[in-house]
Design a protein around this ligand. Sequence first.
Ligand SMILES: Cc1cc2nc3c(=O)[nH]c(=O)nc-3n(C[C@H](O)[C@H](O)[C@H](O)COP(=O)(O)OP(=O)(O)OC[C@H]3O[C@@H](n4cnc5c(N)ncnc54)[C@H](O)[C@@H]3O)c2cc1C
Length: 423
Amino acid sequence: MKNWAGNVEYSTHDVRHPTTPAEVAEIVAAVDAADGQLKALGSRHSFSLIADTAGTLVALDELVVEPTLQLGDDGVAVSVRVGAGSTYAQVGAFLAANDLALPNLASLPHISVAGAVQTGTHGSGVRNGSLASSVLALEIVRASGQLEIVREHDPDFAASVVGLGALGIVTAVTLRVQPHFEVAQHVHEGLPWAAALSNWSAIMSGGYSVSVFTTFQGENTHQIWSKRRPDVDGPEVDLVALGATEASVTVHPLPGVAADSVTAQLREPGPWNERLAHFRSEFQPSHGEEIQSEYLIPAEHAVAAITALRAIGDRIAPLLHVSELRSVAADTAWLSPSYARDSLAIHFTWKPLPEAILAVLPLIEHTLEPFAPRPHWGKVATMSPAGLARAYPRLGDFAAHVRRVDPAGRFMNPYLKRVLPHD
Ligand SMILES: Cc1cc2nc3c(=O)[nH]c(=O)nc-3n(C[C@H](O)[C@H](O)[C@H](O)COP(=O)(O)OP(=O)(O)OC[C@H]3O[C@@H](n4cnc5c(N)ncnc54)[C@H](O)[C@@H]3O)c2cc1C
């Protein structure tokens, strides 16, 4: 079995599909008793080897946990408990039908909730934290087969939410919810880089969720997607006055790809769950023939980092479908790429050229080094373990936590052995 992109072939044929949390616990206890190893598997959208194992893969795609709302004292819903393998498309539809919302989504709603939060997945927005920042509780089957609930104010919570699948198998996640809201999305094309960089903070703050697409080559940005909330956003930045053109037809972020898979644009208002992702759940997201990488740096270094990447644009652009620049607000999860710092996320959607990508990533990482880049756990990076330990200040604490909750290393795999510091 392979991941969604086809660049990872999992090292096992032992793939289980439990339908209940009790079945998950039975599988884990049996693997523990047999001295084996296992990993949870979400919707297989990671590009790194993070989900791989030579032991047992526990896929959560058939787990049935009906979504349930928890109400506050005033009778208003405050949270929703969902199955770990539920996709954001499923959760979004359930919440929208109940007049509720999550604050944000990633670029695609196809990913599982647990898989997304365990890797620190994010969308965009200067005031929007990663998807993990909506988590209030995780129900985790530990290596012994015991089910534990880790809640927001528990001491282990900050270590657990972005847990890289190293702490056990999450069977259910409780997410903070808010009242339903509408979003209208529009796209500008060809904003000159000079104008983009001299107005960077205003542009990124000029909508609820803003993405800048580029290849780091040439004098103009490719596209700027603005997802605006009329109920909270201030006046928008006049990008036309800065030299851009507003798209008059719906466009795909990847040059040459048909636009039928993207969420509605052209300022047509609609429910949050049909606008905040770029791609519609019923279509293939992105390109499909691709590999992805991403690095998060402190937001205050955005202009310097983009300028440095433009200087090596001729090395990057030939391998790219496109790059995307987004904002992520600081959060408190130890291994979140936006832990304790408001961030610029610099994403690369590469053509499927694995060797050439592995050759250019060290140059990108070296170029970003002055800005302390943190690679996305679910995407391809070449950073050394020492570099990761510098970038993620709580990585050593996290590794110690993993040893405490999984002393026999049941949820370890070669990826985790490489990235986690040893005693
Ligand atoms: C087209 C495309 C677009 C993307 N867009 C974005 C984006 O906008 N923003 C972004 O940040 N990322 C993005 N990603 C990356 C993606 O969000 C992450 O790789 C995410 O982890 C995928 O979730 P998944 O369910 O597929 O996880 P998987 O790849 O299946 O697993 C990832 C990790 O989570 C663990 N895991 C999964 N389920 C559980 C569980 N129940 N309990 C414990 N651990 C678990 C696995 O063991 C593994 O370690 C994109 C990926 C693709 C393919």
